[in-house]
Design a protein around this ligand. Sequence first.
Ligand SMILES: *[C@@H]1O[C@H](CO)[C@@H](O)[C@H](O)[C@H]1NC(C)=O
Ligand SMILES: *[C@@H]1O[C@H](CO)[C@@H](O)[C@H](O)[C@H]1NC(C)=O
Length: 533
Amino acid sequence: MKLLLAVATIITLLQPYDATPARIVCYFSNWAIYRPGIGRYAQEDLPVDLCTHIVYSFIGVNDADWSVLVIDPELDVDQNGFRNFTNLKKTHPKVKLQVAVGGWAEGGSKYSAMVAEKSRRDAFIRSVISFMNQYEFDGFDLDWEYPGAADRGGSFSDKDKFFYFVEELRRAFDKEGKNWEITMAVPIAKFRLQEGYHVPELCELLDAIHVMSYDLRGNWAGFADSHSPLYKRPHDQWAYEKLNVNDGLQLWVDYGCSPKKLIVGIPFYGRTFTLSNSNTNYNPGTYINKEAGGGSPGPYTNATGFLAYYEICPEILNKDSGWTKKWDEHGKVPYAYKGNQWVGYEDPESVQIKMDWIKSKGYGGAMTWAIDMDDFHGLCGPKNPLINILYANMNSYSVPEPTISTTPRPEWARPPSTPSADGSKPVQTTPKPGQWVPEKSTSTTQRTTTVSTTEAPPAPAVSNPQNEVDGSVAPKECKQDFMPHELCDKYYRCVHGKPTEFACRPGTVFHTQSNICDWPEHADREKCKKIEQ
Ligand SMILES: *[C@@H]1O[C@H](CO)[C@@H](O)[C@H](O)[C@H]1NC(C)=O
Ligand SMILES: *[C@@H]1O[C@H](CO)[C@@H](O)[C@H](O)[C@H]1NC(C)=O
């Protein structure tokens, strides 16, 4: 028996895996067709062969009858926007053509109301299926920004309800038998993850996670800065310390998502600022005139606080334009300024650095918001320079099979499953042999260390108010969602406004920085590093 087991284990270990091709996900904004002059971007402009997935953005939710809402019926239906798009398959059979529901402009309250009740979820899912069949899309992308976000019309119960919705959608799609994919666009701020996402379960259910690793700074922050820095910079403090691409992606991994499902977002646009009066300090983090709402609108995208790459690159290229370009040595991104205008953006150099980093981390590919903001006319050189860098790097890269993570999944975080109305079984979430398991493995396979190597050890928590609680007595009130306990293998969580004691899985201890139970050797409290296993 023992021998048999050993043989089975060896066979499992030796089984080769199909190389997983990396994804190149191109979001397409249907409204780009309304941009004036050379800004006009129609479907004919799509570099279809440079993307593995193209995502038509957006459709919405109709909260009168919980059906799919067509946001621009004249463009999408009368002028055949949807139909032309899915017809691209005839000439490009390999590309996956998806449709996205949501987006920033849709708000969050309709989505919160939709997932709240089973009957509404059922109605919406029925409507989605008939929509998918009608227009023959290959996949569905969830862009609710964001479940559980009170500032966006969400509520506390969204986290479980959103998970039920995804589970029910997956089941319904699988039953349809057309291999439709389900993907999701997600934020990287820790509080957003905690509020709205059952990370390991969602990652198992979905085909890919499109990480919105941009818009990490903007006029709203109150200072001028790049919005997609790869790493922490010296001036990043407080909530901004971890708000960079590298740490944001690592957070998804730490919360239990397989790296191969994570698709890294690259913005093909800059965030702009108007500096405060007579401010001549142009370093990232400098003072702005917040009331201006951002930098001046570009000639084509015509929005305050925002410029397409093709609106930026000609200015940088033209030595007489008055723009000065600089490089953020720590964040690995360019920025530029002229007078009181400041922009943080991406260029070929920064995109290439991000591609090398994606490959070094074993992530599943690259995504862009949005394809219509690349230099598609070739104003600054060859056409579509940025997407060509994504293609050149991702097309020759196979996503590696992640090593087994040692981060266990806390029991309390597992959402209960709802049975479907028709009695069909919940989707199988038991991992296949060799599949990356975001929890302690009980198999005989070797235990490897964490999936990825971080650039530097996390900074000590001196300035982090999340960690000021001393666990020697039970906290009387909820200062934050998670609080450490005097005993290493226990912790407190806020439940209905009261600190409530929870226990880690045997052999693990509470990590006060990441708020998860982890191996003792990863403990961030000295006394917790030596717990008997
Ligand atoms: C769809 O294709 C037709 C025929 O090429 C074209 O006339 C129409 O403008 C296209 N619609 C959109 C929204 O791109
Ligand atoms: C830009 O937007 C403003 C309103 O925000 C509008 O009045 C103006 O006509 C737009 N310009 C162009 C070129 O679209």
